[in-house]
Write a new protein. Structure first.
Length: 437
């Protein structure tokens, strides 16, 4: 397998090739890519992106490294190569470093290396390696490059420039970052993609799925309960609309993970468990599912209109992450149920009931979504969000009880709602490790 490496530095290329042995390492000069980021990871990303554009569908790698000295507040840092000005002058850099540390007792320092990877799906990964040590009072040794004669790694008295290449490579920041990078490549290149059922269950957040059709049942019940007289129909349309809403929801989840493929690290696409191509296919199939269900019934034109607004809300939410839009998606599910339930026109009372339910749903889910900000780093918040999303089924059931008390013929919807509640309980109990968010 080929890995394109963004460098024109033969020394680095040898070190990278040694650690990534077994892969075909191909150098590609990221000429023109200006290293303007404030940290090593940012600069590594700038370089890797410059070459990834030329090698779509292939692995690309870039690194950025430098020296950070504690007493100098992390300097020279990202300016390591140009510490004493441009063009790079190693002797001047080392002299300036010694001058700035003159008379200082605290000489702790570390080299840091960030390695940025772009995988064949175009997803970015960043790993880091560090080597801790101190800055000597005078240079020693002739091997290596850059600040090597001044840097004495912890656990010894010799500077990097006094170590053999093999000794340095065993502990260097670059070696450590590259070993991590190798781990990422091996994990993602392993042929287990798409075969992992648990990854697909997490991809589609199956545990929360039973909360979706209940929106449609509640909306349908609101429309039927608000009618002047029991029309006798509507239950079949509601069932189809509920199935379609499940497909909309699955479409939205797939689209969300595709859009956030580079950022949401714990999810199956960024982690490489599901390839971006498979995720895109799944998203297309979900769209197909909506069309198939909508046409099979067939559902009325006004359901299609509500469904299209729902589609837009899903797509815009995934790209803006505005909590109100997430709430609106669930509110629109309610409206879709109402649109599928009634054949004739809507009276004011029907609109009032439907919009009241849709409004409550919108506000509730928007609030839960807002609260879920930062749940990844807060297990309590994550668990609470899972509980609050699950509680939606109780809200749905409550609405169905009220509407059934008003119109007893709606009892079948109430039974369906109770089935969904049981399904949710089973899903939560049988998949404790599946993310509830
Ligand atoms: P680069 O941008 O990763 O090529 O590294 C920037 C600068 O950091 C180099 O020009 C060196 O001054 C310094 N540097 C990075 N790694 C090392 C190392 O292993 N030994 C000495 N200096 C290094």
């Amino acid at each position: 397998m080929k890995i394109f490496v963004a460098t024109h530095n033969a020394h680095k290329l040898r070190e990278i090739a040694a650690i990534l042995s077994g892969y075909e390492i191909v150098a590609d000069d990221p000429a023109g890519a200006e290293e303007t980021a404030a940290d090593f990871a940012g600069n590594a990303l700038i370089k890797v992106r410059a070459i990834a554009a030329r090698h779509e569908g292939e692995w690309c790698l870039a690194d950025d490294s430098g020296l950070e000295v504690q007493a100098l507040g992390g300097a020279p840092g990202v300016r390591s190569a140009r510490y004493a000005g441009e063009p790079t002058d190693t002797a001047a850099n080392n002299a300036l470093l010694l001058k700035n540390l003159q008379g200082m007792d605290d000489r702790r320092a570390n080299f840091t290396c960030a390695v940025a990877l772009v995988d064949p799906n175009g997803i970015e990964h960043v790993v880091q390696g560090r080597c801790f040590g101190r800055i000597a009072c005078s240079p020693s040794g002739a091997a290596g490059f850059g600040y090597d004669p001044l840097f004495v790694p912890d656990g010894g008295e010799k500077s990097f420039a006094e170590l053999s290449a093999a000794e340095k490579n065993a502990i260097s920041h670059r070696a450590r970052a590259l070993v991590e990078a190798r781990g990422v490549i091996e994990r993602l290149a392993a042929p287990r993609r798409g075969k992992n059922v648990s990854a697909w269950l997490r991809f589609f957040r199956v545990v929360n799925l039973p909360t979706v059709p209940g929106d449609v049942l509640a909306g349908g019940a609101a429309a039927l309960a608000g009618a002047a007289a029991w029309s006798g129909g509507g239950l079949g349309g509601i069932a189809w609309a509920a199935a379609a809403s499940v497909f909309w929801y699955l479409f939205g989840l797939a689209d969300n993970d595709i859009v956030g493929a580079s950022t949401d690290r714990g999810r199956p696409v960024p982690s490489g468990e599901i390839s971006l191509r498979a995720a895109r296919l799944a998203r297309g199939l979900c769209w197909g599912g909506v069309l198939a269900v909508g046409a099979a019934c067939p559902l009325p034109p006004r359901w299609w209109m509500a469904g299209m607004v729902l589609f837009i809300a899903i797509v815009v939410y995934n790209r803006t992450k505005h909590p109100l839009l997430m709430g609106l998606c669930r509110g629109l599910n309610v409206v879709c149920g109402a649109m599928a339930a009634v054949e004739g026109g809507f009276c004011v009372r029907q609109w009032t009931y439907v919009l009241a339910v849709a409004g409550v749903w919108t506000v509730y889910i928007a609030a839960v979504t807002k609260y879920s900000d930062g749940e990844e780093s807060d297990p309590f918040r994550k668990a609470t969000v899972g509980m609050l999303v699950g509680a939606l089924v109780y809200l749905q059931l409550g609405a169905l009880v009220v509407f059934t008390l008003m119109v007893p013929q709606l009892r079948w919807l109430l039974v369906a709602g109770a089935v969904l509640l049981v399904a949710l309980r089973i899903a939560k109990l049988s998949m404790p490790k599946v993310s509830a968010s």
